[in-house]
Design a protein around this ligand. Structure first.
Ligand SMILES: Cc1cc2nc3c(=O)[nH]c(=O)nc-3n(C[C@H](O)[C@H](O)[C@H](O)COP(=O)(O)O)c2cc1C
Length: 338
């Protein structure tokens, strides 16, 4: 494949969501292969000491590359953890005419953004959730809607417990702040414009979104339930799904990332939006308790809130590093490396 075509594919891959928009990847392209490596220099030692959430992010980028290739008329196969230290390699298998479906999934790559504002009250069709389940299963990943009220209560509790632990941890807050961006042209990190205004613990939702500016607010006692004297607001009720895998190693993290990439594009294509709510999975204590309280067989990897967007201004788009900073093009005949 021509070098400029790899540049287009990597441009699409780097639109993948990543934890705190760290974009922890770098790519090496050869005529028939694209390798994706973890960029250890962009790690989150406090939030993600094992690299689990960053490897999931890389799995999403890997899948976005496959989707972009399919829309460009290329078949591809993915090898996870190939020899040589890459997280994954995408190998071209030959020309394959692009289907309409492949094109619309690839179109969704640019339209997808994390939407943290409350969703419309329109219910998510059950058929769509079943479709996402089938899609995730192709990557050895289960997708479990949190629908039973005792599961919802337990999950909501563990999220607020984790958020409370995080807000009391200066190292966590310092790391979070270092990835927060006020410059709208920033190439990485989470732009403040992409965060809803106000204190997440006071919004009309039973699902607590991550508080990215907790460390900069006037200190207050943590309160997940809001003002007890205020009249009950109309509470947002999004669909929430938990994705997980039987194993809990790098291969499982990459597979759940690939599944998540497909799920997010499918949702975008169907006119829905989503935001991860991963606080309870950040910490071994709350992650293990979630396994027990929800009687999970396997390991939770991603908790996703999804629904239809409300009318309103478009979300602020988070930045990306230029492709030239993350892609090394190697001439034919150069082997290995990375
Ligand atoms: C593994 C993973 C975990 C994430 N966890 C959260 C989270 O807990 N709360 C949140 O608001 N966003 C979360 N995000 C979303 C990222 O902040 C977002 O993808 C990134 O800022 C880039 O923005 P974009 O998705 O709009 O392109 C997560 C993303 C990934 C891939």
């Amino acid at each position: 494949m021509e070098q400029q075509d790899w540049t287009r594919v990597v441009d699409a891959a780097t639109r993948a969501p990543s934890i705190h928009n760290t974009q922890p990847w770098r790519f090496v392209a050869r005529p028939e292969t694209l390798e994706l490596h973890l960029d250890e220099a962009r790690s989150l030692p406090v939030l993600d000491p094992t690299g689990r959430q960053q490897v999931i992010s890389c799995g999403i980028a890997l899948e976005f590359a496959v989707v972009a290739l399919a829309a460009q008329g290329w078949g591809a196969e993915v090898e996870l953890l190939p020899a040589g230290g890459a997280l994954g390699a995408v190998r071209l298998t030959g020309p394959a005419p692009a289907t309409d479906e492949a094109r619309s999934l690839a179109d969704a790559i640019r339209r997808r953004h994390t939407v943290r504002t409350p969703f419309a009250r329109q219910a998510v069709p059950e058929g769509l959730i079943e479709r996402l389940q089938a899609e995730a299963e192709e990557f050895g990943t289960w997708l479990k809607p949190i629908t039973r009220s005792e599961e919802e209560v337990a999950t909501v509790f563990l999220i607020s417990r984790a958020e409370e632990m995080e807000q009391g941890d200066p190292a966590y807050l310092a790391e979070l702040e270092s990835w927060l961006r006020t410059d709208p042209g920033a190439e990485d990190g989470v732009p403040v414009g992409a965060l809803p205004e106000g204190d997440p613990s006071e919004r009309a939702s039973n699902w607590l979104i991550r508080d990215f500016v907790a460390g900069q607010r006037e200190p207050h006692a943590f309160r997940a339930a809001g003002d007890p004297d205020a009249p009950p607001p109309e509470v947002e009720r999004p669909a929430v799904v938990l994705m997980g895998t039987d194993g809990d190693d790098r291969a499982a993290w990459l597979s759940s990332g690939r599944a998540l990439g497909r799920v997010l594009l499918r949702l975008t294509d169907a006119g829905l939006v989503a935001s991860p709510l991963t606080q309870a999975l950040d910490w071994p204590a709350t992650r293990t308790r979630m396994q027990a309280r929800l009687s999970l067989v396997g390991h939770p990897q991603m908790l996703l809130r999804l629904g239809y967007p409300q009318e309103g201004p478009d979300a602020v788009v988070s930045g990306r590093r230029p492709v030239a900073d993350v892609l090394r093009l190697e001439a034919p005949g150069v082997e290995g490396g990375g």
